[in-house]
Design a protein around this ligand. Structure first.
Ligand code: 4AD
Ligand code: MG
Length: 456
């Protein structure tokens, strides 16, 4: 018999049909001579209750079931007399695939800490919280593609191994086949014959395609050897980077705002049960806040205005605020969470704080960079209008001691038919955090890579 996934079984209106489900046991208990099995197959946060009467052949075997065991059950779907569930399955036939040793199974009925679950990679996705996290993550990824595909952005795959440091922050993981323990080698002897690293951003390569195909986006892994052990940083994370020719900074802000609203709405629509779970168990008020964010306009403010607001607030900060300083997360959080209470887009940062590729304003002091800050997470998007004027780009590269030859291929975009263009990068895990309310970024990625931590 064709197998049904539990998600669909739970929504079947007409009872009485015969169905097969397959999954893993959440709980199994005996009440008098009836066995009640909660079975979950990962398709839904809710499990299906299976009721086993002594008359069926597999009764004896099923009585031995332990939490975590896997099985197939065929039976009749009936209305459930029990509270809290609409339907249940009266078992007729069953097959057990794998039993668990109950005393060794790490997932007990009590609640486990997320830190503990991170250590047991295989069983973590079997819990309610992580099942929900990864269904929402999937739904967000789908929404990313649907948003850009609807707007005719082309999905471009930029390389993972590169020879450039897009952000200029020097946070590169080197890629080499040389043995670091053997001396007397230089990059010329290495696999690529030059210094190579894992990409920190697909932007520069993305710009080449946007200045030919008009609108593109990338969605792939990026790597940063930042020694930051925070709840917002990973060494390997996924980034979504749209780039659009003929867009200025205002178009870029509009795109970022529409994009965030689209992916939030889409998840609320596609994953109502999982979102309900986060709202009840992880972050009370989450759904209401997200709905509010979707229906109101994001505040927009220049860096200069933000600095003034922070100074005028008389709030005590650990890091002093003055024009030219890099805003710390305490400053960003104050603005977004206390002052404004909703997402804020900051623009026009001091030139000295931002990478070489940003468009320089006529004051020569600020560039058309933009950061989107959201409550609870802080910076979720970073982007800019790009410097498309050849001479100004070259000046800026000189100022930052970037070797023009290394970037020749990039500078070509400004040599031959240059156009204004803009783009941004969304930290995908930060988006998952924002939508689910999960506190730690390690808990929204299947396998977290952070300093001194490379398990699995
Ligand atoms: O602000 P960033 O550094 O911008 C860029 O890389 C641009 N090249 C993007 C572009 O314009 N195409 O990074 C973009 C976003 C940040 O806003 C943040 O959400 C996320 O990437 N991010 C991280 N997420 C997790 N762990 C880290 N270590 C991150 N570093 C940045
Ligand atoms: Mg940034």
């Amino acid at each position: 018999m064709k197998r049904e996934r539990i998600k669909h079984v739970l929504s079947i209106v007409e009872t009485g049909s015969s169905i097969t489900v397959k999954g893993w046991v959440r709980t199994c208990r005996k009440v008098k001579d009836l066995i009640f099995i909660e079975i979950n197959d990962g398709s839904d946060i809710e499990s299906l209750q299976v009721v086993v009467e002594p008359k069926i052949e597999a009764y004896k075997q099923l009585a031995e079931l332990t939490t975590g065991s896997s099985l197939s059950v065929t039976g009749t779907l009936v209305e459930s007399p029990a509270a809290g569930q609409r339907v249940e399955l009266n078992a007729e036939e069953a097959e057990i695939y794998g039993l668990t040793d109950a005393s060794a199974y790490p997932l007990q009925k009590k609640r486990h800490s997320f830190e503990f679950l991170r250590e047991i990679a295989h069983l973590r996705p079997r819990t309610n919280t992580f099942g929900a996290v990864f269904r929402v993550r999937n739904s967000l990824a789908h929404a990313v593609h649907s948003f850009f595909q609807q707007r005719e952005f082309l999905y471009v795959n930029t390389p993972i191994i590169t020879a450039n440091d897009c952000e200029g922050a020097g946070e590169l993981f080197h890629v080499t086949t040389l043995d670091p323990l053997k001396q007397n080698k230089d990059y010329g002897d290495d696999f690529f014959g030059k210094k190579a690293s894992l990409t920190v951003s697909g932007q520069l390569e993305g710009e080449l395609f946007a200045t030919a195909l008009d609108r593109i986006y990338t969605f792939g892994p990026t790597f940063r050897a930042e020694n930051s052990n925070t709840s917002r940083h990973l060494a390997e994370f996924w980034m979504v980077e749209p780039e659009a020719a003929f867009n200025d900074i205002n178009d870029n802000m509009d795109l970022a705002e529409d994009f965030l609203k689209h992916i939030i709405l889409s998840v609320l629509d596609e994953c109502p049960k999982d979102m309900d779970f986060f709202d009840k168990r992880i972050k009370p008020g989450l759904i209401k806040n997200l709905e509010k964010i979707v229906s109101s306009k994001f505040e927009r403010m220049t860096y200069t205005e933000a600095v003034k607001t922070l100074i005028d607030s008389k709030e005590k900060f650990n890091f002093k605020v003055e024009w030219g300083c890099d805003l710390q997360s305490e400053h960003e959080r104050f603005l977004v969470e206390k002052k404004i209470g909703s997402p804020v887009i900051l623009t026009d940062y001091p030139r000295t704080l931002k990478p070489f590729y940003m468009y320089c304003n006529s004051d020569s002091k600020t560039v058309r960079g933009m950061d989107v800050l959201v409550p609870g997470v802080g910076e979720i998007i970073g982007g800019s209008e790009r410097e498309y004027r050849l001479d100004l780009l070259l000046d800026r590269m000189k100022e930052l001691n970037l070797n023009e030859e290394d970037y020749d291929w990039y500078i070509d975009t400004r040599r031959f038919g240059t156009v204004p263009h803009s783009g941004f990068g969304l930290g995908f895990e930060r988006a998952v955090q924002f939508v689910t309310g999960m506190e730690n970024i390690r808990d929204v990625i299947p396998f977290a890579r952070t300093p001194k931590n490379l398990k699995f």
